[in-house]
Write a protein that binds this ligand. Structure first.
Ligand code: 5AD
Ligand code: SF4
Length: 458
């Protein structure tokens, strides 16, 4: 059901800027849905917004620096609007708000509302509180009630990506990798009940969503209560999602290697809708560094896990995350990371310079890596990864992929869609294929995309 505001009541403009991960993108969409019945309609232009929400990310330093520079700009806009008698309410949500709420209140006193990722369902109350002149409203506790019980039903967003939907199934993390802020900002692991998730997927599917991505910080450790009263694993949940009419593709992100259970590995071989592409962050190829990161796997455990996954699903491709320049990382450690990348052969990967996050154990380690070394290693690793990605894309030439068409391309008569491996596929195709999956022969592979030829509808 769409939550429709009363006719003519879209009197307020809302701008949301999202930083960071897909979980934040999902949260931002839910905030918009939550505020629509209060009369808030979305705008792309923060200058004309009555309410601006910055949904922040704390995972690396750059993300929070960017936030404070954006806040400075918004402060100027807010003042300019106030001079014209048009107040702007400025809200900061997400993980920086959670981690630095008190400091933010001091550093940016012009921010009206500060709330963590577990409290955004309280936005309507926060707005009312603020309207009563309560000063900066701070909501960064982990509330006892689940926000999921208080959110309106998800709906597909029109425009790009309307045929691919995200559903949060699990939040938080108890792993405490020594570099990571997520356990502090998103809190302890919590899985949603399977029924709630399946209802959300059914609703998305009935609106034409063909591809469902199940989201969680530790999604493969999903342990929600099932309709049978038992704890369901992610594999069990995926089987139930695959049975929902209209769902053609399933993905899940992000996974922790040590939580890849036998039933989940088997699911990759048994459920055709489960896409043969897995994002499985390894972070480093050095056992010494992995131990210092408190990762619960060694490099060879990862190699063996990938072997088992590929045995279950031979066309499986992998993506990963890497951190270079973790405190104490030597040349030999970094060489071990490159060796792992060569051994596995990734279809794509993200790599980051280690960024000391306040309050995390690794930030206090004595042997921090100099910035120049981090930059050098990042460039070397990215060169290797880009080459692997290009080689993977080039190898796709000549194959035929089911492509989910999502939007029109820049050229006339061209559509853009996604392959099973998340590659962007550009192909000449009629508009009637938007939202459909079609078998497309791949003509060529480039660094970041594939060129396809149109064929029959699947
Ligand atoms: N510094 C650099 N990269 C980090 N990541 C998480 N924390 C840090 C940090 N402190 C990276 C990891 C993770 C991805 C989402 O972000 O690679 O998998
Ligand atoms: Fe962070 Fe992922 Fe480690 Fe959890 S498992 S602490 S989210 S890197």
């Amino acid at each position: 059901m769409r939550h429709k505001p009363p006719a003519g009541a879209l009197t307020q403009k809302l701008h949301i800027k999202t930083y960071g991960c897909q979980m934040n993108a999902y949260d931002s969409a839910r905030m918009a849905e939550l505020l629509a019945p209060l009369g808030y309609g979305l705008t792309e232009d923060p200058g004309e917004a009555d309410l601006v929400i910055l949904n922040t990310c704390h995972i690396r330093e750059k993300a929070s620096e960017k936030l404070y520079s954006d806040l400075g700009r918004l402060h100027a806009r807010k003042r300019a609007r106030a001079a014209l008698g048009q107040p702007m309410t400025l809200a900061v949500g997400g993980c920086v708000a959670q981690a630095e709420g008190d400091e933010m209140r001091r550093r940016a006193p012009f921010v009206d509302m500060i709330f963590g990722p577990q409290s955004f369902h309280r936005l309507p109350e926060m707005i009312a509180k603020r309207a009563r002149g309560a000063g900066t409203v701070l909501e960064t506790d982990f509330p006892a009630e689940s926000k999921f019980d208080r959110l309106p039903e998800a709906r597909a967003r029109p425009g790009a990506g309307a045929h691919a939907g995200f559903v949060t199934v699990q939040e938080g993390c108890d792993k405490f990798c020594t570099f990571c802020v997520v356990p502090y900002t998103r809190g302890a692991e919590h899985s949603r009940a399977a029924n709630q998730i399946l209802a959300e997927v059914r609703s998305l599917a009935s609106q034409g969503v063909r591809e469902i991505t199940l989201l969680g910080q530790n999604v493969n450790n999903y342990r929600g209560v099932g309709p049978d009263g038992r704890g369901w694993t992610l594999a069990r949940l995926i089987r139930a999602v695959a049975d929902i009419a209209g769902v053609a593709r399933i993905r899940y992100v992000t996974s922790y290697p040590a939580d890849m259970t036998d039933d989940l590995i088997a699911a990759h071989g048994e459920i055709p809708a489960l896409m043969p592409f897995l994002h499985l962050p390894v972070q480093s190829g050095s056992d010494r560094v992995l131990a210092a990161m408190s990762r619960r796997h060694r490099a060879d455990d990862y190699r063996r896990l990938v072997d088992r996954l590929r045995a279950a699903r031979p066309d499986l491709a992998l993506a990963s995350d890497f951190i270079v320049g973790f405190p104490g990382e030597s040349d030999a450690d970094f060489a071990a990371t490159r060796a792992l990348v060569r051994d596995i052969g990734f279809a794509s990967a993200y790599s980051f310079k280690y960024s000391a996050r306040p309050g995390t154990p690794a930030a206090a380690l004595p042997d921090q890596t100099p910035e120049a070394v981090k930059s050098e290693r990042l460039a070397a690793l990215q060169q290797l990864i880009v080459a692997q990605q290009r080689a993977f894309n080039e190898r796709c030439a000549g194959r035929t992929f089911p492509v989910l068409f999502e939007r029109e391309g820049k050229r006339p008569g061209q559509l853009v869609g996604r392959s099973p491996y998340m590659q962007a596929v550009y192909a000449p195709a009629p508009k009637s294929l938007l939202g459909q999956i079609a078998e497309i022969r791949i003509m060529a592979g480039y660094d970041n995309s594939l060129a396809g030829e149109s064929m029959a509808t699947a």
